[in-house]
Design a protein around this ligand. Structure first.
Ligand code: UGA
Length: 489
């Protein structure tokens, strides 16, 4: 009731952008998803999602069918089609130094600025964000939202596969909402350079959703963080998420950016901490799973993100922790704790290699199965996946490696040595293997018919459970030689 539906452009259709676009369309807004990749846009127009994310296909199909979700190539978008908000959800990959590569974010802001500039009648003055312009020139009425929303609601009858027709009543200055993770300080600098000259507001709105449960996370956020130098703009963005019932933090741009890095760095620290504790457990003869339970019951510690194993991977933690470390260096601040987090994580993913050497001596000719290529279950994302660091080293030492993953085989094939046999089926990978490394705790692997696996494998049936996901007693009973991480040797 009383909700105002707006027009939103989402720039960048990776998993954050695609989820944002489809979810905002579900909420009732008119959303235009934009990307620079024609193949991607083509697939979205057919209501297909070009990567695996549970629940997203349905959401996209629904939005497209309802006519609230459309897609366009960046070059096709005309001034006047941007709407009230432009969400930027492009990638910020790592450079070799660890610094975040901001070129896509800069290109996105330049893209917005260029369209706003082209859409402005010559001689129009600088507008404040949210103000409407009337095409005859001069600033529009200052009743802000009312006039602007009349503009926004005009021309919503575009047909599927096209972009929005230019707003009939005039052009309005969109609020630019940056979801991409950028180092603290970036937003203020880029806003000054690209947006301030046009009077456009920049709002940092970090995203906390997890791959594999991104759709659920979008609709059930723990908190909403919006940061801007222009509080009114930040509050308008926060209002979009009011229905989600989460606490809202409205702050300045740089602080909002630091919240994102702080959250990811802290979670990564928790993981490296439990991994170091696990390594100690192996040495003193304690069980890290019980230790995690024991310490996690203290609400000041909390039970989540205390799963010991091969460490964190994915498109976020490694990149964001490296970027914060790089930022610390730039500011001549030695963030020692963070460096240890990175070092522990790098070593952790090689534990199976050290264990296999211990068991077999030389790995030459040893058939080893690796289960799990995705960096975690329920995704086909292999970025910074532990298995992709581990497998080439096993191959180098002469092991005969076969690997299985329910979703990530295609993506892994592109980056793994050609001699690695890849299959979606764990049992097929295990056939004739003498050792198996569980690298990703997919349900299909945890619930595998391990009795059948034992029959198919050869002595000594060594299992390195890199996620502590299997039951050691049961595995021993089935004739496996079991080793986990921090569960004793
Ligand atoms: C992470 C954060 O959880 C999100 O809140 C954040 O929005 C996102 O990064 C991002 O910055 O975009 P994600 O990378 O999808 O999300 O995956 P997580 O579920 O957090 O797992 C990250 C890695 O940590 C995985 O490799 C996982 O196996 C590992 N992990 C996680 C552990 O090794 N132990 C744990 O206890 C928890």
């Amino acid at each position: 009731g009383g909700e105002i539906f707006v027009r939103i452009t989402v720039l960048g259709l990776g998993y954050v952008g695609a989820v944002a676009a489809a979810a905002l369309a579900r909420d009732g807004h008119q959303v235009l998803g934009v990307d620079v990749d024609p193949a991607k846009v083509e697939r979205y127009r057919r209501a297909e999602v070009p990567f695996y994310e549970p629940g997203l296909d349905e959401l996209v199909r629904e939005g497209v069918a309802a006519g609230r979700l459309r897609f366009a190539l960046a070059g096709e978008v005309e001034p006047g089609q941007l709407g009230d908000f432009v969400f930027v959800a492009v990638g910020t990959p790592s450079r070799a130094t660890g610094a975040a590569d901001l070129s896509q974010v800069e290109a996105a802001l330049a893209w917005v600025a260029e369209r706003v500039r082209r859409g402005r009648p010559a001689g129009a003055g600088v507008l404040r964000a949210g103000e409407a312009v009337d095409p005859q020139g001069g600033a529009g009425s200052s009743d802000g939202v009312g006039a602007a929303d009349r503009v926004a609601m005009a021309g919503t009858e575009a047909t599927a596969g096209t972009v929005w027709p230019a707003a009939a009543g005039g052009l309005r200055a969109p609020i630019v909402v940056v979801k991409s993770t950028v180092p603290p300080g970036t937003g203020r600098r880029l806003a000054r350079r690209y947006l301030a000259p046009l009077g456009l507001a920049y709002v940092a709105n970090p995203e906390f959703l997890r791959e594999g449960s991104a759709v659920h996370d979008w609709f059930h956020p723990d908190r909403v963080v919006v940061g801007s130098e222009e509080r009114a703009a930040a509050e308008r963005v926060a209002a979009l998420f009011a229905g989600y019932g989460a606490p809202v933090l409205v702050t300045d741009t740089t602080t909002a950016e630091m919240v994102k890095y702080g959250a990811n760095a802290f979670l990564a620290t928790k993981i490296s901490f439990i991994n170091e504790l696990a390594n100690m457990c192996d040495r003193v003869g304690a069980d890290v799973e019980e230790v995690a339970r024991g310490i996690g019951l203290d609400p000041r510690i909390g039970s989540q993100f205390l799963r010991a194993g091969l460490g964190y991977g994915g498109s976020c933690f490694p990149k964001d922790v490296a970027a914060l470390d790089h930022l610390a260096r730039v500011y001549d601040y030695p963030f020692e704790l963070l460096r240890a987090v990175i070092a522990v994580n790098a070593r952790q993913r090689l534990l199976p290699l050290y264990a296999l050497r211990e068991v077999f001596g030389s790995l030459a000719g040893v058939p080893v199965a690796v289960l799990g290529l995705a960096f975690k279950p329920n995704t086909d994302d292999v970025r910074e996946a532990p298995a992709l660091d581990l497998i080439p080293l096993l191959v180098e030492e002469g092991a005969e490696v076969r690997a299985a993953d329910p979703q990530a085989v295609e993506r892994a094939r592109a980056v793994l040595p050609g001699e690695v046999r890849l299959t979606p089926s764990a049992l097929e990978a295990l056939d004739g293997a003498r050792a198996v490394v569980l690298a990703t705790e997919w349900d299909a692997f945890v619930r595998l018919d391990w009795e059948e696996a034992a029959r198919r494998m050869d002595e000594p049936r060594f299992v390195f459970d890199g996620r502590n996901a299997l039951d050691p007693a049961r595995m021993a009973a089935l004739g496996f030689r079991y080793r986990g991480v921090g569960r004793g040797r």
